[in-house]
Design a protein. Structure first.
Lengths: 466, 221
């Protein structure tokens, strides 16, 4: 995968290191060059001092160097000093005969410096081309390199190079830090996207975004918009499909009810119609659940749809249905309804209450006990449904809210009920808590709603007249 | 009792018609709004069971035209949608009640009966199980044996019979018998109910307590 950070580092660090290297070479050269010149000058001076000892006699070159003078010439604390005097044909006239061949300088009396080797050691050579009388001679003086090496490895010289290295390291750190800082808006965008739930399809805030990130944000927002559109389309399709199913299901149900009445005496037919009726009821419930799920989808929900609603009255509206369902399992269904008003959506809250109570009836044992209560406490409106069923192990208390999760395969639930409850609670900014019932038995589901603020009046949604 | 059923789904309208016929009603069936509109102008109808989504003119329009002509026939709307807007709009157009598909037949029958009761003359004799209340002579009997009821007990029992099979809250009972003008506590209702229970005796009725809420009178199975 391509990394912007690596690409930036590559494009910044490599040129920077190259420049540093050039700088280092330059520094080396600037520091070493004067020293080299000074040493070379010394060597050239030695060559010049040899010149007075040469003279032309009878067409020949004579070289008279006293032993003392030669000692002075060769005296050096560090290096061995060599010299040679050669004529134009290259014959050695004086000095060290094994001196390597001399390069001739381009001009008379202009010393030439260069590196060579002698007796297995590196040497620095100065050659001086001159005329003795009319005879051309070349003088060569050389020394080993110890002095120069000691200068090059001297403290100040090494310090200079270390400084160069330090500058290079600091540059790397600055580039690394700068690139990281420069990329931080990208990371902020990433973490804000990561923190989103799958239901949150709202656009990214474009206001305080880095200029370079804005096109990305606009593109992401465009995508989110399309996803939202498709998601809404799917919800509408789901709702439509569920609505379309209702009429044929109603037909099936009424026909079965007639059959049940007509053949109540015939055991075989009664049994068969009872089973068909059970399936039909399940289909109806599933259809209604799908509709409720589409309606509760948090990404489709607008807070503006919340109006103050009396929880106790909403429970009462469904009480007939609850009692009929409870009677099928001979469950003792009871109510403790105190007057409490919460901001809510009428249909969604009814779906929530229906699902919580149906769920409790489903999981309570036959002849068990289910109690529905609502009350206001600690600034919250609470709806609680308690059953005396097997209870829910704490480890499963999160899982039960996932779609199609079922605690037991003995009950005939859609597995959607609690997912619907969770979605609707989220729509209302309410919290769901699960605890054990009285005496540690059974389960209490409680939904904690923020109470309606006094500023909100008791307004009912006005119908849109068509 | 003439019921006009307007429903375009053949299976559903057949099922509803059979069930209503089974409950002693005479049912006319039409499958679209225009036929319903025409029939309502020609014939005396006791109650209309009307689907909203219909070919031709829809259910809302049928009600609107009926009311515009000054027709008072009670109308029960059927719909596959349960949006509050649909419900409110239907009631504003002049419908009397509203039922969301799919529904249970007893629910439909109860609603149709309620509309018939509201429209027609009050039944003078109320009967459930072996219990009979004659609202004209104000005599009550179980298995033909007369029973004595106080005015409060009578009012509560009459209310329960008129809502038999339905859960009613103590508050609903109080509200229904308040025309006497006095205050009545929830505890007092409980006392009256326990007295009524004793007097019903072997009438084959169950006057059930819905814990923490109210009561339901039904035939004991």
């Amino acid at each position: 995968m391509r990394s912007i950070r690596l690409a930036l580092l590559k494009w910044l660090l490599l040129p920077l290191l190259a420049i540093n290297l050039i700088g280092a070479v330059g520094t080396y050269w600037l520091a070493w060059r004067p020293a080299q010149l000074a040493f070379d000058q010394n060597l050239a001076d030695a060559a010049w001092t040899l010149l007075p000892y040469l003279e032309q006699r009878d067409g020949r070159i004579a070289f008279e160097l006293s032993r003392q003078a030669e000692q002075v010439l060769r005296l050096d604390h560090f290096d061995s000093v060599y010299f040679v005097v050669r004529n134009a044909r290259g014959d050695t006239l004086a000095g060290d005969a094994d001196f390597p061949p001399l390069r001739t300088p381009p001009a008379i009396n202009e010393p030439l410096a260069y590196d060579s080797r002698m007796r297995g050691e590196a040497i620095r050579v100065i050659t001086l081309f001159t005329l003795v009388g009319t005879e051309p001679v070349t003088i060569g003086v050389a020394e080993t390199l110890w002095k120069r090496i000691s200068v090059r490895s001297g403290a100040s010289f090494v310090g200079l190079l270390l400084l160069e290295l330090l500058v290079a390291l600091i540059s790397i750190a600055i580039v690394w830090f700068g690139v990281s800082r420069g990329l931080s808006p990208l990371q902020a965008m990433q973490s804000s996207l990561n923190a989103r739930s799958y239901e949150d399809l709202t656009a990214l805030p474009a206001g305080h975004m880095a200029l370079e990130l804005e096109p990305v944000a606009i593109a992401v927002n465009g995508l989110l918009d399309r996803v939202r559109h498709v998601s809404r389309g799917q919800q509408e399709f789901l709702a439509n499909a569920a609505h379309q199913l209702r009429t044929p299901l109603a037909g099936l149900k009424t026909q079965l009810e007639w059959l049940q009445q007509r053949y109540a005496g015939d055991q075989d037919v009664a049994r068969s119609t009872l089973l068909m009726m059970a399936s039909t009821e399940r289909m109806i419930r599933q259809t209604n659940q799908l509709l409720a799920l589409a309606r509760a989808e948090p990404s489709q929900f607008e807070r503006a749809r919340l109006y103050p609603l009396a929880l106790d009255k909403l429970v009462e509206e469904s009480i007939q249905h609850f009692v009929e369902e409870a009677d099928k399992k001979h469950i003792d269904l009871g109510f403790e309804l105190a007057s409490v008003t919460v901001p809510g959506d009428r249909f969604l809250l009814r779906d929530l209450i229906d699902n919580l109570v149906d769920n409790a009836i489903r999981y309570a044992p036959p002849r068990g006990c289910v109690t529905v209560s609502c009350y206001a406490a600690d600034g919250e409106g609470v709806l609680a449904v308690e059953d005396d069923g097997p209870g829910i192990p704490p480890s499963e208390r999160e899982l039960i809210f996932s779609r199609f999760y079922r605690l037991s395969d003995k009950t005939t639930g859609s597995g959607l009920g609690l997912a619907i409850v969770r979605d609707i609670a989220a729509d209302h900014g309410a919290q769901i808590r699960i605890s054990s019932g009285a005496g540690g038995r059974g389960t209490v589901f409680s939904v904690h709603f923020p109470l309606a603020t006094p500023a909100q009046d008791e307004v009912q949604p006005r119908a849109n007249l068509r | 009792m003439h019921v006009l059923l307007v429903e375009d789904d053949a299976v559903l309208s057949d099922g509803i018609a059979r069930n209503l016929t089974n409950h002693g009603m005479v049912v006319d069936v039409v499958a679209n709004g225009n036929d319903a509109d025409a029939l309502l102008q020609r014939r005396e109808i006791s109650v209309v069971v009307l689907d909203i989504g219909l070919p031709g003119i829809d259910g809302f329009e049928v009600v609107r035209r009926l009311r515009a002509r000054g027709g008072a026939t009670p109308v029960l709307l059927l719909t596959a949608r349960d949006a509050v807007e649909d419900r409110v709009y239907g009631l504003e157009m002049g419908a009397d009640d509203y039922l969301v598909k799919p529904f249970a037949t007893p629910e439909l029958v109860a609603r149709v009966r309620a509309l018939l009761r509201r429209a027609g003359p009050q039944q003078s004799r109320l009967q459930i199980g072996a219990l009979m209340l004659d609202t004209v002579t104000r005599r009550a009997s179980v298995h033909g044996r007369p029973i004595d009821l106080s005015a409060r007990e009578w009012a509560i029992l009459e209310y329960l019979i008129r809502h038999s099979g339905r859960v009613v809250s103590k508050q609903q009972i109080i509200d229904a018998i308040l025309p006497w003008g006095e205050e009545l506590t929830l505890n007092a209702v409980e006392v009256y109910i326990s007295r009524i229970r004793i007097k019903l005796g072997d009438a084959g009725l169950a006057l059930r307590t819905i814990r923490g809420f109210g009561y339901m009178l039904e035939n004991a199975h």
